[in-house]
Design a protein around this ligand. Structure first.
Ligand code: NAD
Ligand code: MG
Length: 385
């Protein structure tokens, strides 16, 4: 039986992963090693009981007693805190879904990679803040990383066996998020509730707001660079309001191969779960006649300055990715707490990047988890100030 772990099981991606495991037979089809979550103890305990996990971990130390009580008599071990998270991720598993949100997913993801197996990576922040580290871990531990972000899964699938040398460029699509059609002058007054709705995808709140600001797409461009070792000029972004085409690969011979599908994360998660086999998944097939037309437009960098910042981060290299991600996470916290406006986020991140570019060592890739987390902490302090 394959052993699997789900980091961030109680979140939007994690719960979709649990749903696929359940439909495939649950505890009678897989041996579930670790499930982790945050404050939703009832949900975590319910998942752990149902899938007969070996261990359930909450990120919060103070919730350990509550988790223990919720798991009493189940035979599932309870644990709490960031060390327990990394320890659980390091337990042998053949397949681990990395679905924690934010840089908090980096340490457990690296721990999972160190024991080999497949890391199905939804946590794009890991690649943005520590691309070089993940590449090193992939080489050292013999782990395989598979993309779970829908656009990157789409590139991976469209590429198939083709050589990267034959590829002219790749295009990832963006719905444009909540404010795609808002007049620019209205954006400064956008509320958290307005930014937390998405036209096509049901996702966690943070990535939904990042879709409205396109910080999500900015992160994904960097993710594509790190994942596929492509230079920045070979990665394009196209606004596609219907979210039916997820990515396209254009070859030097003039052919473009697109990946289409309903906006349902269970496709990308399930593809990574069953890879290299394509197993049936509970994802609705496309009815293109009903959809009628697919539309496209070029992204407007005045509306979405995050896209320009992503290019600058890739050009700078070194610690820029870690600083960019952490400053963005802090700016997002501040927007969610109504301390800053929607349109303050990008200038805030840009200011942190230019301030920290003068720090010694900024131009070098951080070579350890501690080095990444030092840049992360510095950037958060700067952004908060
Ligand atoms: P979410 O907020 O719904 O869930 C996040 C999970 O991480 C929860 O289980 C939560 O308890 C846990 N978590 C939060 N903070 C934590 C911390 N500090 N330490 C440990 N655990 C913590 O988020 P989501 O939308 O499922 O996104 C998860 C990841 O997948 C993100 O990196 C996101 O960018 C990526 N992603 C999500 C989608 C989507 O459809 N939601 C699509 C593509 C990529
Ligand atoms: Mg995506």
């Amino acid at each position: 039986m394959r052993r699997i772990s789900i980091l961030g099981a109680t979140g939007s991606v994690g719960a979709n992963g649990v749903d696929l495991i359940r439909r495939a037979g649950g505890a009678s089809a897989y041996r579930v090693t670790a499930l982790t979550g945050g404050r939703n103890i009832a949900r975590l305990a319910e998942m752990a009981r149902e899938l007969r996990a070996e261990v359930a971990v909450t990120a919060h130390d103070e919730l350990l007693d509550e988790l223990r009580q919720a798991l009493a008599g189940s035979g599932v071990e309870a644990a709490a805190g960031s060390n327990a998270l990394a320890e659980a991720a390091a337990r042998p598993a053949d397949w681990t879904l990395s679905a924690i949100v934010g840089a908090a997913g980096l340490a457990p993801g690296l721990a999972a990679m160190a024991q080999g197996g497949v890391l199905a990576l939804a946590n794009k922040e890991s690649l943005v803040c520590a691309g070089a580290l993940l590449r090193g871990a992939r080489q050292a531990g013999g782990a395989t990383i598979l993309p779970v972000d829908s656009e990157h899964s789409a590139i991976f699938q469209a590429l198939g066996q083709d050589d990267l040398d034959s590829v002219k460029d790749v295009t990832i699509t963006a719905s444009g998020g909540a404010f795609r059609d808002w007049p620019l002058e209205r954006l400064a007054a956008a509320t958290v509730a307005e930014a937390s709705t998405h036209p096509n995808w049901a996702m966690g709140q943070r990535i939904t707001i990042d879709s409205a600001s396109m910080f999500n797409k900015a992160m994904e461009v960097i993710e594509a660079k790190e994942f596929f070792s492509l230079s920045s000029d070979r990665i394009k972004v196209l606004v596609h309001p219907e979210s039916i085409i997820h990515a396209m690969v254009t070859h030097h011979d003039g052919g473009t191969i697109a990946h289409l599908g309903a906006p349902d994360m269970r496709h990308a998660i399930g593809y990574a779960l069953n890879w290299p086999v394509r197993a049936p998944l509970p994802v609705a097939a496309l009815d293109l006649a009903a959809i009628g037309s697919l539309t496209f437009r070029a992204p407007d960098e005045r509306r979405w300055p995050a896209l320009r910042l992503a290019r600058e981060v890739m050009a700078a290299g070194g610690a820029a990715g870690a600083v960019f991600n952490a400053a963005k996470e802090q700016a997002l916290d501040d927007f969610i707490a109504s301390r800053i406006r929607f349109t303050d986020m990008a200038p805030r991140v840009e200011a942190v990047l230019s301030a920290l570019a003068a720090e010694p060592g900024f131009g070098r890739d951080p070579d350890s988890l501690d080095a990444v987390m030092d840049w992360d902490a510095l950037a958060r302090r700067k952004a908060a100030a």
